[in-house]
Design a protein around this ligand. Structure first.
Ligand code: NI
Length: 138
């Protein structure tokens, strides 16, 4: 187990009140756990800026009846096959599909792939969820 270090933080009473309210609404058991997550979030944002290997998920919602859209989305994914670990396609209803594409690699390449997919004509929703490979994040 990693060694824990205690340290003091000074901040305005009002700000601490808002922090406590926020973490209570998010079900954190205590300030320490919330603080750890905030630090990790910052570290992950830095990872995405630094060009280190990252992981993430691209979520798409689209109407599979749209002319040529499935071919376009498949072609784009084949162009970036080295980034894609896995994918899942769910038929939401008669028309709409939800696809989740799990990616790992360079942040720039992943962002480029996500932008190409999101901007394909007929895609109703596209979002890149920026996660981490976990290595380097305590
Ligand atoms: Ni479908």
């Amino acid at each position: 187990m990693k060694k824990l270090v205690r340290f003091g933080v000074s901040l305005e009473k009002d700000l601490l009140g808002k922090f406590d309210k926020l973490i209570k609404s998010e079900n954190y058991p205590n300030r320490s756990e919330a603080f750890r997550d905030i630090i990790r979030e910052k570290l992950i944002k830095t990872e995405w800026k630094s060009g280190k290997n990252v992981a993430g998920a691209i979520t798409l919602v689209y109407d599979h009846h749209k002319r040529d859209l499935l071919n376009v989305l498949t072609d784009i994914q084949h162009d970036h096959h080295a980034l894609i670990i896995s994918g899942q396609h769910i038929h939401l209803d008669h028309n709409n599909c939800l696809e989740i594409i799990i990616v790992k690699g360079s942040p720039n390449e992943i962002t480029g792939l996500a932008n190409r997919l999101k901007s394909a004509k007929g895609v109703k929703f596209g979002q890149l969820s920026m996660a981490t490979t976990g290595s380097g994040i305590a």
